[in-house]
Each structure stands twice: as structure tokens, then as C-alpha cells.
Design a protein around this ligand. Structure first.
Ligand code: NDP
Ligand code: PYC
Length: 336
């Protein structure tokens, strides 16, 4: 393993992105996302993702200097056209209007269109909960997942993330998961490390359960929770696809045309203002939410994101470590 401080990791990420041709703004937004992933030990969405950013650019499937365009679409809707760039800069461009609209009306939506997408959604959810708002986000990806009862890839790994702000400086309650049994990125990491995957993550090309990551990458992932994860995944295809005038996972994969690039589609993000919903009863009801969290922890259960927050505290002090082979690949791409 190769150890680095977070500052060194950021220098490396920016060097890779700059050397490969991303402009300053895109480089800043992309490096922030992958450093956040690495810092919180979400390895499938950390520095490893830079390899796919570079592959996507080399395949001509992302615009390296895209300048997102913001459209104030309706009282409750802001749209951002990412103009074929990665989603992160488009999110940054839309966030101030999304939060202003949520405060004004209690609830508002941000629809990002025409973006290339690879991020862990909690990064965006935290940017919204940091402002005292409740958040929900989802997006399609590529058609890599079989619907429950089916045996061929059709749905995306379609992440769903939710965030709830908490008082007294406590980190927000956030969950963020793929609606497949696991993110595809994790199966890719098992493949890189020659490790078998757990039973139930996926099937091979012939529809047989497999623990071989290569066979599942070539076959299909399964949804989490059978028909329930499958239904959530279909919902995400609909509300972050046709509803916002963008591609489904099957359409994204068809657009990819074998390039192996990051998915190209839209993203839907909702923000809700507890103060607007609750007025003078805000504190009382936020305290009840705290009671719920306390009761969960009292049973010995942990809240989602607790592992991330613990990892964050550790890596901020001790730095991160990545496989030496990944470090060497990134250094070559950075032309160090
Ligand atoms: P995981 O299954 O690792 O984790 C999902 C969530 O469950 C996390 O919030 C996690 O918190 C929480 N969790 C895990 N174990 C427990 C537990 N025992 N008790 C309570 N909570 C728990 O994630 P996935 O593989 O499904 O997804 C990983 C990432 O991949 C996500 O960030 C997602 O946004 C991203 N992704 C992005 C896609 C895209 O299109 N952009 C597509 C698919 C996935 P904690 O982190 O603290 O463990
Ligand atoms: O890990 O499934 C995944 C994924 C898709 C897009 C970004 N991450």
C-alpha cells in the first residue's frame, strides 16, 4: 500500500486531471469529489475513479472544459445543463438556486441534464444538509443490473441517497446506496484484486449465480432486497430519466457504444426546508428526530454514514493509503 496525506492525494488528483486535459474548474470539482471519497474510505469512489475519468475523456465521452448552464425553470425547479461535462460542476452551479427555492417554498428540485456521472451521492447530500435542509438524490447509470425475476442487464446501479441535518454540530444522518446489491465499482475492485465476490451480488451471462467478479461484470448485478430494490431502481430510472428529460440506464449504455466510459444521463436532487414545514414547532420536531436516532443507537445499531465519519476523522490525522499499483498508474497519468 502507498501512504499519503490528504494534501498529497489532492495534488496527485489535480495533476492527473490537468495533465489529461481537464480545465481548472472541472479539475477542482472532480478532485474534490474523489478526495472526499478517499478521505471517507469509500474506495470504489475515491482516487480509483480517476482512471475512469481519464478513460472517459480518451474515449471522447466527456467534455473536459464544459461550462454548465443554469436555467430557472419553474418556481420549484432549477435545471442545470452540464453540457456534456461531469456532474460535479453542474451541481455546484445549481446548488445556490436549489437552496434558495427550498427556503422560499419549503421544497424544490434540481434537475441536472446531460452530465457524465460517477460520484458518490453523499458528497452532494452533505452540501445540502450543511445548510440545514433535508435532501434526497438519485440517478440512473449504465444498464448493468437485472430486474428482479429477470436475467439480463437493464437497470442501472441507480444510487439513492437521503440526508437529514442534525443540531449541535452533529454530522447529518445520511444513507447512500446503490439499488444493486453493491456498487459496480466494488465488483471492479474485487476484480483488480483477484478476490471472489459474495454470493448474491450478481449472475453470469447465462443467468447463473456467480462469485467470479469478471463473470458478473460480463453478466449482470442483482438488485438489493429482490423485488423491493428492483422497484426502487425502476422509480429512479423514471424520475431521474424521462421525468427530467434525460436518458435511462439502457439509453446511457447504448450511447456508450462499448467505450467503457462513465454513464451519461441526468440526476434529480430534492431539497426540503424543515423550518418552512414546521415554523415555530421546528425545535420540538427536530428533537423528536434526535430521539429516534438515540433509540436506534441504544439498541447497539449504528447509523448509516457512521463508518464514513469515523474514517474521515482518522484519515484527516493519519492520511490515506491506496494500493501501490494504483499509485503507480495515477503517477504515470499525472506524468510525474
Ligand atoms: P454500501 O452498501 O457500502 O453502503 C450503503 C449505505 O449503507 C451507506 O450509507 C453505509 O454507511 C450504510 N451502511 C452500511 N452498513 C451499515 C450498517 N451495518 N448499519 C447501518 N448503515 C450501514 O454502498 P453501495 O455499494 O450500495 O454504494 C456505494 C457508493 O456508490 C454510494 O456512495 C453511491 O452513491 C455510489 N454509487 C454511485 C453511482 C452513480 O451512478 N454515481 C452508482 C452506484 C453507486 P457507511 O458508508 O457509513 O458504511
Ligand atoms: O459503482 O455502480 C457504480 C457506479 C456507477 C457510476 C458510478 N459508480
Amino acid at each position: 500500500m502507498h501512504r499519503m496525506s490528504l494534501e498529497e492525494a489532492e495534488v496527485l488528483a489535480k495533476a492527473v486531471l490537468n495533465a489529461q486535459g481537464f480545465n481548472q474548474e472541472q479539475t477542482q470539482a472532480l478532485s474534490q469529489a474523489v478526495i472526499a471519497g478517499q478521505r471517507d474510505e469509500c474506495h470504489s469512489h475515491g482516487l480509483y475513479r480517476l482512471l475512469n475519468c481519464v478513460k472517459t475523456l480518451a474515449a471522447g465521452k466527456v467534455v473536459a472544459n464544459a461550462q454548465p448552464e443554469v436555467h430557472d425553470h419553474a418556481p420549484g425547479i432549477v435545471r442545470v445543463d452540464a453540457k456534456g461535462g461531469f456532474s460535479q460542476l453542474a451541481f455546484e452551479a445549481g446548488l445556490p438556486i436549489l437552496t434558495a427555492k427550498a427556503r422560499e417554498q419549503g421544497i424544490a428540485a434540481l434537475a441536472i441534464n446531460h452530465c457524465v456521472h460517477f460520484s458518490a451521492l453523499w458528497v452532494e447530500i452533505e452540501a445540502i444538509t450543511d445548510q440545514g435542509l433535508v435532501a434526497l438524490a438519485c440517478n440512473p447509470s449504465h444498464a448493468w443490473v437485472a430486474p428482479a425475476g429477470g436475467n439480463r442487464p437493464l437497470l442501472g446501479t441507480n444510487p439513492l441517497a437521503f440526508g437529514w441535518p442534525r443540531p449541535n454540530g452533529q454530522p447529518p444522518f445520511i444513507f447512500d446506496f446503490a439499488t444493486s446489491a453493491i456498487a459496480r465499482g466494488d465488483i471492479e475492485l474485487h476484480h483488480r484484486e483477484n478476490k471472489p465476490i459474495p454470493e448474491g451480488w450478481g449472475i453470469d451471462r447465462l443467468g447463473q449465480h456467480s462469485q467470479n467478479p469478471a463473470d458478473v461484470l460480463d453478466g449482470a448485478l442483482l438488485t438489493f432486497g429482490g423485488h423491493k430494490g428492483s422497484a426502487l431502481s425502476i422509480m429512479i430510472e423514471l424520475i431521474a430519466g424521462p421525468l427530467i428529460g434525460d436518458l435511462t440506464s439502457a439509453e446511457s449504455l447504448a450511447y456508450d457504444d462499448g467505450a467503457g466510459a462513465s454513464p451519461y444521463h441526468g440526476e434529480l436532487i430534492l431539497a426540503m426546508d424543515p423550518e418552512r414545514f414546521l415554523g415555530s414547532t421546528l425545535e420540538d420536531y427536530m428533537a423528536r428526530a434526535e430521539d429516534l436516532f438515540s433509540s436506534i443507537i441504544a439498541q447497539g445499531a449504528r447509523l448509516p454514514s457512521q463508518r464514513r465519519y469515523t474514517a474521515r476523522q482518522r484519515t484527516q490525522k493519519e492520511g490515506i493509503s491506496i494500493p501501490e499499483s494504483l499509485y503507480q498508474e495515477l503517477s504515470r497519468l499525472a506524468r510525474l
